[in-house]
Write a protein that binds this ligand. Sequence first.
Ligand code: FAD
Length: 432
Amino acid sequence: MNTPDIVIFWFRRDLRITDNHGLYQALSSGRPVLPLFIFDPAILNPLPSRKDARVDFILNALHGLQKEISGAASSLLVEHGNPVEVFREIISNYSVRCVYANHDYEPYAIRRDEDVKNLLYTNGIRFETYNDQVFFEKSDIIKDNGLPYTIFTPYSRKWKSRFAGAAFYPSETLLGNFFPCSPFDIPSHEMLGFIPSGSSFPGKSVDDVTIIEYQRLRDYPAKNGTTRLGVHLRFGTISIRQLVSKAASLSETFLNELIWREFYMMILWHFPQVVTQSFKPEYDRLEWLNNEAHFEAWTSGSTGYPIVDAGMHELNQTGYMHNRVRMITASFLCKHLLIDWRLGEAYFASRLLDYELASNNGGWQWAAGTGVDAAPYFRIFNPMLQTARFDPDQAYIRRWLPEIQSPDYPKPIVEHTFARQRALAAYKNALR
Ligand code: FAD
């Protein structure tokens, strides 16, 4: 092979140049860096719609990266295929000394990385990975006895006591260290088996006022009181270190939400069984009703409970739902309708732009009462009281549910007091 020795940086959930830990390490390695992204059919093929906004988001981000990288006379290599096969091909075409990447904590990603690592190691190539997706990862924050925390408050207390400001990785200052090459093409939607969704995405910058006002406004779905940064954190188009630094100086409430994100990632790492099982196993004795017509009414936003229906309409139309309404709709599905949290979780996963396994699973198990540090099972959100408190003039409901005025708007599919009693009985029965 008469190509120069290079290293590869493999972009995954870190689609940015700025303050990218693994990329910084690659660019500091002393060898030219070939940047790579792989569209993995194991992730793309199961997506329920061929018009998935997340594919648009990733393609946009890749074009943005390509622009920055081509400015440094290099190019992002974008492949479509099984990662092991892609690497097999690359290492037969280039003299690769090391592959750099950032940690990923989801069970599929861990297996994928293990397979890639085995291939590389058998070929004498190193695979170096770094923490980038979260501020503190895996076992960085554990109890004094070495066990993982399962309650948020002591976890967050330890997290804050360990936080002494952020160290950044200025990868953006090392662009000259990319591998000089002529431009590679980025596949189109069609080549990936998709069609453009035409969605628009929230911006990736947030002003200080939003963070300062976060505590006061975040619970009111009609107000623009949250940052909408979820999708950027999901795909790494912003740096968590930069966001945490901002949060730490501006709002403890906002910082706490970023810590919840890390808490759930840490839980997924230590307790991967939560993907399919209740964190508290005794709750898997619950006898869910799983009524299909009720599930259909919930997904389509026609339960006759305006706040629930408005939330589902927002989700179905935009790929986003406000956190307060996520809690209300999730609680309604599990408790009022006695439908298994796993079904609701899968539906959110298919729709949310910011879908993220750890937080979605954590949020659903929290709402169902089955999870780590969850809402107690007897806390059953009353959709009417939640509306009175958090959408008092019904501005959110009117925005997403204009048909509420129509005589055809459905009557409630289940009566609140009856549903509440039924849920309490079912949970008690499971926990006997
Ligand atoms: P902001 O309120 O501005 O918060 C900033 C960031 O902090 C968020 O983008 C997110 O990364 C993190 N964050 C905020 N609240 C939470 C939380 N409670 N748990 C974990 N992280 C949090 N969040 C996801 O990122 N992906 C999901 O798939 C997801 N599914 C959820 C499902 C349910 C049933 C529930 C109750 C919550 C879920 N959340 C999920 C958490 C939360 O609802 C969203 O992070 C938030 O609504 C995103 O809006 P934002 O970007 O404006 O967040």
